[in-house]
Design a protein. Sequence first.
Length: 226
Amino acid sequence: MAARAAVEEDGDIAPPDADGTVIDRVDDSLSEAVRPPTARLGEGGCDCEETALSDFDRSWRRRAFGATAVLKNEDPFKLSQLKEAPIKSLDDLLSTQEKHEGLITVDKKVDLSTTTGVPEEHIKTRMVRIWKPAKHAMQSGTYNTHKWKIEFDTRERWENPLMGWASSGDPLSNIQLSFSNKEDAVAFCEKNGWDYSVSEVVSKQPRPKSYGANFAWDKKTRTSTK
């Protein structure tokens, strides 16, 4: 009986009584809330059933938080006051993110050549060409002309005319990287310590022509077949 009284004073789960009923908590404030509320009229004729139900739900939530808080060593009352995560709309999630302010800027140029692991012979002695592909003659047209690419200089190869194959010991010979603009490609070469050259794009505006000009009587516009 003394052990049971100690358990009841702590507010933990007590063993069942002689008639088989289990008392969850012996605390007066919680034991009254465990009893199912009944509809009754308060002062002034107001119905207090809704208030009793809210008190009943609040006590059960407090008991649920208390069971988990004992395991986590946290305060159940602080956990009950936590707010739920705010609901964000789909437009806010899919919208473009604004540029972050207060970024860390470095005055000196960033050099990654010492940390990339590339041998020194492939850094100081290499020449990189930055270029943009021209319009293709096939059906792809201008599909592959929107990206800037970099390629490394071609070094000596091993050729075997009898077998008809060629090989190379250059690990950078088959690397070709694509960038969205020329500035990104230049910054990438500067970070890795490579010397580079930029091949500017020479754009030509096509002259408007008509098919009927080939059959014009005027010699200036007529195309001779002789």
